[in-house]
Design a binder for this molecule. Structure first.
Ligand code: ADP
Ligand code: MG
Length: 631
């Protein structure tokens, strides 16, 4: 997984989760607030509907009061002209007037009625009549009339009141299929004579069953006939008990949905407990946001329900539009964040890509490659660090290359000199042997004077020296073959010291041996390695002409054996340090040094897979360190 992938997926996840959460909460909150608003509106509409209904009662009362104050009424009453009374009450009824009007005597007996000839029946038990007789004041309210009472007030009324119950699953189960009671909005006013004596009671009412002007006018007043896609937004219904008796809710075929019933939960809340029920509900064939409240008779008994409902569709449509806007905004915001994210990761990762490209170049061998860019912040620090690292690597590689070049040069030099030396040595070795042999023979001759003998001795000495040089050359050229065997280095050191100690040159020199116990053996040519130790020791000795200490020490570290040859002599001058291993380099006077000792030793140690190093301090002494692999 790339950093980009991790970074992007993590951030995308965060953005998506945050935004979905945000939109979810916003939508939830929005719909709550929205629903609350609509609910409040419906409750307000319900209040307005109640006010409109009460207004209807008031208008009815006002009409009756105006009639009650009519002087003619009193005189007709006194003269008991029944036919005129009937005519007067009929004036108040009619297509636009009340459904029925009654005139009662102060005892509550019917004097005349608009709906028929029948008179004399006692209506003092009617709650409105009782109220007027008791309080001598106007009374109005909603009352329930039985079928008989309705027929008395007009044959058409009983017929209009009878409603077929349309059974629905949500309603309370009922056995009756036909309801014949009527709900009546009624008002009663007292009729006083000049002396303030109550002469009669004027009683008028509207049968609400299937009387649609009332619900329609309430609807007009409350909802102003708003329409949504052909459906009326506002609906008003009056229930008698749980039965819909007057409504502008329409069924599928456009008829008024009278005869349907309240659902059980509404019945329980409103009819049984007298509360207000406000919630979305499925009414007849549509979802409405509804509010129901009880209608009470003058005695306070719950006799029906007033309902208003707002078609939910337009509101949910608005809510959907707003939700759509919110979701679109959130989606846009998400897309914008994602775009920003991509740009941001690009900005963050660009330097990393540069670093990767640069390091690939370096791996490919281009040590001069650099990141180059310096973005602000930590990335800039990183780029700078990587660049300086590359710089250091380049420098070191250059140094290494120089050193290798020198090394190769030296090896080539050694090889060519070696070949030359070997050729020369071979050629010179035989004549020298001849010269020595004949010089020895000459010494045997008798008639030699002293001078001759001295000259001969010089010849022999110088020839031997020449042979030494030739031998050194042959060693250098490594013409003598290697004979390898397992060697005890400590033993070798002891033998070397024994050998050297006998020499005159070592008279003033104290030889110290510091030998590590139980050293591992090494596989090597005994003579050659001894020659190395002799060479180093002789050099040390020659560096200490006035005496000193020569120390030979052995030790071992992780599979390697170290031999150190330390003297307290003159030391090596700094500028000579990298020349001393070159063949024929010597600081010694002619005839004293050949300059071959160290280069021969170097070659031998190298052939044994080891190293020869030097550490020296001018005027204090020198240490040569031979490191050989243990077998
Ligand atoms: P030679 O001994 O014939 O000069 P070497 O190869 O043995 O040739 O040594 C080369 C030179 O290294 C010497 O001439 C001397 O200057 C220096 N050198 C070697 N060993 C020592 C030492 N132990 N102390 C001081 N100088 C030394
Ligand atoms: Mg030497």
């Amino acid at each position: 997984m790339t950093i980009r992938f991790k970074l992007t997926t993590t951030l995308i996840a965060i953005i998506l989760v945050a935004n979905s959460l945000l939109s979810f909460i916003t939508l939830l909150y929005l719909s709550r607030v929205w629903m609350g608003e609509v609910q409040t509106r419906v409750r307000r509409n319900l209040n307005a509907a109640r006010a409109a209904y009460c207004n209807h009662l008031d208008v009815m009362g006002a009409l009756l009061r105006a009639t009650a104050r009519d002087r003619d009424l009193l005189s007709v009453l006194k003269q008991k002209k029944h036919s005129e009374l009937e005519a007067m009450s009929r004036n108040l009824t009619g297509p636009d007037g009340m459904d029925f009007v009654l005139l009662l005597d102060p005892a509550g007996k019917v004097i005349s009625r608009s709906g028929g000839k029948r008179a004399g029946d006692d209506l003092s038990a009617d709650p409105l009549v009782a109220g007027v007789l008791r309080d001598r004041k106007n009374a109005s309210g909603t009352v329930v009339f039985s079928r008989e009472r309705l027929s008395a007030e007009g044959s058409n009324l009983a017929e209009r009141a009878a409603i077929q119950v349309i059974p629905t699953e949500a309603a309370r189960p009922t056995k009756d299929t036909l309801r014949t009671e009527g709900m009546v909005a009624a008002a009663a006013v007292p009729v006083f004579d000049d002396r303030g004596q109550m002469q009669a009671v004027l009683y008028g009412g509207d049968l609400l069953n299937r009387r649609y002007e009332i619900v329609d006018s309430i609807k007009r007043q409350v909802f102003r006939d708003e329409v949504y896609r052909g459906d009326e937004i506002g609906t008003v219904t009056i229930f008698l008990g749980d039965l819909r008796i007057s409504t502008n809710v329409k069924t599928e075929d456009g008829a008024r949905a009278v005869g349907t019933q309240l659902s059980v939960p509404v019945c329980e809340e409103v009819l049984d407990r007298g509360g207000v029920w406000a919630a979305p509900a499925f009414v007849v064939n549509n979802w409405y946001i509804t509010a129901y409240e009880p209608i009470r008779d003058p005695a306070g008994r719950i006799i029906g329900v007033l309902y208003v409902g707002l078609l939910q569709a337009p509101f949910s449509h608005q809510l959907n539009v707003i939700s759509g806007v919110v979701v679109t905004l959130v989606v846009l915001a998400t897309l914008a964040s994602l775009a920003l994210l991509i740009v941001a990761t690009e900005l963050v990762l660009r330097p990393i890509r540069h670093v990767v490209a640069m390091s690939q170049k370096v791996i490919g061998g281009d040590l001069s490659a650099r990141v180059g860019i310096r973005p602000p912040g930590e990335m800039g620090v990183l780029c700078r660090a990587v660049d300086s690292m590359a710089h250091a690597v380049e420098e070191r590689a250059e140094l290494l290359e120089q050193a290798t070049r020198q090394q190769i040069g030296r090896s080539e030099q050694l090889a060519s000199v070696g070949r030359l030396a070997a050729g020369v040595a071979h050629e010179i070795n035989n004549p020298l042997t001849g010269v020595l042999a004949f010089a020895d023979l000459l010494r045997e001759k008798e008639n030699m004077d002293h001078q001759d003998l001295e000259d001969l001795e010089l010849i022999i000495r110088e020839t031997k020296r020449a042979r030494e040089i030739v031998k050194g050359l042959l060693d250098f050229a490594r013409e003598t073959p290697q004979v390898k065997s397992l060697l005890n280095i400590n033993e070798l050191v002891r033998q070397t010291i024994l050998l050297l100690g006998k020499r005159d040159a070592f008279q003033n020199i104290q030889i110290v041996e510091v030998l590590a116990e139980s050293l591992p053996h090494i596989l090597g040519d005994k003579n050659q390695l001894q020659q190395v130790l002799v060479n180093l020791s002789l050099n040390a000795c020659e560096a200490m002409p006035r005496g000193g200490t020569l120390m030979l020490a052995t030790s071992s570290t992780d599979g390697r054996i170290v031999i150190e040859v330390t003297d307290t002599g003159s030391g090596i001058r700094r500028e000579h340090l990298d020349k001393i291993f070159e063949p024929f380099f010597t600081t010694k006077p002619v005839g004293k040094g050949t300059g071959l000792g160290l280069s021969v030793s170097y070659g031998i140690i190298q052939q044994h897979g080891g190293t020869l190093e030097v550490e020296s301090q001018e005027g204090k002494g020198t240490t040569f360190k031979v490191v050989l692999p243990a077998s």
